[in-house]
Write a protein that binds this ligand. Structure first.
Ligand code: ACM
Length: 668
């Protein structure tokens, strides 16, 4: 949480060499596009046959996808298994192209997709779909395309632990990923706040660990049955997306430990189950716990054919290991110097178990500090580009998943109606301007590719999750696919209108502020929402959901707002909510500004000009219920100042909770 996002951006941002704007309305941009002046193109309308090689089941599956995608999202009706004729779409197998490579030729005889693999045929079909979508009913221009990816791993992470998404929404996410040639979905299925994967050997993982009380006392949860998981895995596979399951260990284990306390240590406060942050809870390292985790992984491997299985490894807190005599004894017996080395040993056991079953472990870059990680384990680098380089130099394969620029829980544009999320803006162009090749290390490791993270603490609804993903995931897709010499922001931006139409066609909502809208100038009069107030100290700004889900912008470390206001006669109205304070901040909690509590209850203070300027009002907050629902307070100002003034509004409190958040300000 303490990451300096601007430093992170600066470390990664390198604008790709400028290239000419390319008109082809396809994301990611293909590597080679040749047009022939004056050559006639193809009209692919209703009745166009899609022709596949006889007996080629995989090609027939791709044809079925293309037929359905064109029918359901473009309203056009092709004919499958049609007889070959001039003007047809042909899928052809050719030897010698790469694993995901394809060629697409469009001319007066129709369209021909040629590839060696099913994946290549599928990607040719997605390019053709995008061209058809962009052209409307007009004929496609003649073109020759040769295409293949820059990196093999082009991923998103979906956090279904903090909030659960429907299977239909996950399939919709996969649909749109596939259209952009994204091919990995890391499915974050377990964390402190929930265990979402049915495990037959341990039913309490979902029966207990799948449910929590939210900060307002409502039961929240759910999980995916093994049948649903098989459905999602097959749906994704048909679209060239591999689902990489993630089972967090040894930290982020609270939900599992609420279900099976024997796998950990005493001392987890039950009331913390809906907190965000980093918890002290950690798995034990005794043989029965390791055996249980291996049994979980047995079921995971049976469900997910992915070669790579994610095992977490981030933010493990070692305090419970330090305090447990049995763990200390085991550390000594294993001749390990400290708890970090013990985590390395633990990870090696789990990675070794996966390797023995023909699978590869991948985990967050925190694992590296421990040492002892097998070289064939892959690393998800999130702390910085430097950590990616370090991992590559140590010989690991690396996926670049850097916070904040690839953390898609940041808002995309700072507009008053931005959805909930981390308030530091990560715009589509911030994502696009990363050059992954910059982090190439010199060790034996390979940069596998890039991944965007949909952490869902604040992505409470399926629509909010989708709106945070796109179009940043499209920018990420182009980083992962297109060679840097072909990439330039202006060329990408010119293709965004077609991208927005694509998202519309697949019913993906678009976050406010992206279609070229500008933030309105701050209104001096009338109603001001929290998003256009100014934070006093910008410590940790979050756009947090109120009880009904609409977002309030608050600095959780310092509940203090400033605004330049044109005041008329009479009291101002401050609409304020007492949100739950559900954060595990460890030592950072001491740094929360309480603002010198004096009275016996929390107060709202209004000062003029500066936060230590003349006091205009001091209002007790005792009557505001602690339920996350905003309440309107009439606040008369001393001396009834009129005209334009800076106002500073802050709460004076005794502790971090409740989290006072101004929803809106109504000026007289
Ligand atoms: C992480 O953000 N803890 C991987």
């Amino acid at each position: 949480m303490a990451v300096d996002w601007r430093a992170g951006l600066a470390a990664l941002a390198l604008i790709a060499a400028p290239a000419r704007a390319v008109a082809l309305p396809v994301i990611p941009l293909p590597q080679v596009v040749q047009t022939v002046d004056g050559a006639a193109g193809a009209a692919l309308g209703d009745g166009t046959p899609i022709v596949v090689p006889r007996g080629d089941r995989e090609a027939a599956d791709v044809a079925q996808w293309l037929d359905a995608a064109v029918r359901d999202h473009l309203g056009r009706h092709f004919v499958r298994d049609g007889a070959a004729r001039d003007g047809a779409i042909r899928l052809r197998r050719v030897p010698g192209l790469g694993a995901e490579a394809y060629r697409l030729d469009i001319d007066s005889h129709g369209a021909t997709i040629a590839a060696t693999t099913r994946q290549g045929l599928f990607y040719g079909a997605t390019t053709l779909w995008q061209l058809l979508a962009a052209k409307g009913d007009a004929p496609l221009a003649a073109v020759h395309i040769e295409d293949a990816p820059r990196y093999p791993w082009r991923g998103l992470l979906l956090d279904s632990a903090r909030h659960v998404q429907s299977v239909a929404t996950i399939e919709r996410l996969i649909d749109v990923m596939a259209l952009h040639k994204l091919n990995r979905l890391q499915w974050h299925l377990t964390d402190d706040q929930g265990w979402r994967l049915q495990i037959r050997a341990y039913p309490r993982l979902t029966a207990i660990g799948g449910w929590r009380l939210d900060p307002y006392g409502q039961r929240y949860g759910g999980f995916y049955s093994q049948d649903e998981v098989r459905q999602v895995v097959a749906y994704a596979a048909a679209r060239n997306v591999t689902i990489v399951p993630e089972i967090e260990m040894p930290g982020h284990a609270l939900a599992a430990l609420r279900a099976y306390p024997d796998w950990g240590f005493a001392g987890v406060p039950a009331s913390a189950q809906s907190d965000w942050g980093v918890f002290p809870s950690i798995f034990a390292v005794d043989p029965p716990t390791l055996k249980a985790l291996e049994t979980v992984l047995d079921e995971v491997m049976a469900l997910f054919p992915s070669h790579t299985i994610a095992i977490g490894g981030d933010e493990a807190q070692h305090g419970q290991w330090r305090a447990a005599p049995a763990v200390q004894a085991r550390m000594k017996a294993l001749d390990l110097p400290d708890e970090a080395a013990l985590q390395g040993w633990f990870t090696a056991q789990i990675a070794g178990y996966l390797a023995a079953h023909g699978r590869q472990a991948i985990g967050w870059d925190d694992m590296l500090s421990a040492g002892g990680i097998p070289r064939d384990a892959a690393i998800l680098s999130w702390h910085s580009a430097h950590d990616a380089t370090r991992a590559l130099q140590a010989g690991h394969d690396v996926v670049l998943a850097t916070d904040p620029v690839f953390y898609f829980d940041h808002i995309q544009a700072a507009v008053p109606d931005a959805p909930p999320g981390r308030w530091a803006v990560v715009s589509p162009s911030d994502v696009y301007r990363v050059e992954p090749g910059q982090v190439d290390g010199t060790g034996g490791g390979h940069l596998l590719g890039v991944q965007g993270e949909l952490w869902s603490e604040y992505l409470r609804t399926d629509a909010q999750m989708l709106a945070m993903a796109w179009p940043r995931a499209a920018a990420l897709a182009e980083l992962g696919w297109t060679q840097p010499a072909r990439r330039d922001w202006d060329g990408f931006a010119a293709r965004l209108p077609d991208e927005y139409r694509l998202l519309d066609r697949w019913q993906v909502p678009l976050a406010p502020g992206l279609r070229g809208q500008r933030v309105e100038p701050v209104a001096l009069r009338g109603v001001k929402t929290s998003q256009i107030l100014v934070s006093c100290s910008n410590r940790l700004l979050l756009n947090l959901p109120a009880r009904d889900g609409h977002p309030l912008l608050v600095d959780i470390m310092d509940r203090c707002w400033k605004t330049y206001a044109e005041l008329g006669h009479g009291p101002i109205t401050v609409q304020i909510a007492a949100l739950a304070f559900n954060y595990q901040l460890a030592d950072d909690a001491k740094a929360i500004v309480l603002r010198a509590p004096a009275g016996t209850q929390d107060e709202l203070v209004v000062r003029q000009d500066r936060c230590d300027g003349p006091e205009l009002a001091r209002v007790a907050l005792g009557a505001v219920p602690h339920d996350g629902v905003p309440v309107a307070l009439r606040v008369p100002l001393a001396g009834d100042p009129k005209g334009a003034h800076w106002l500073c509004l802050y709460t004076a409190t005794h502790g971090p909770a409740p989290l006072w958040a101004i929803d809106r300000l109504v000026l007289p």
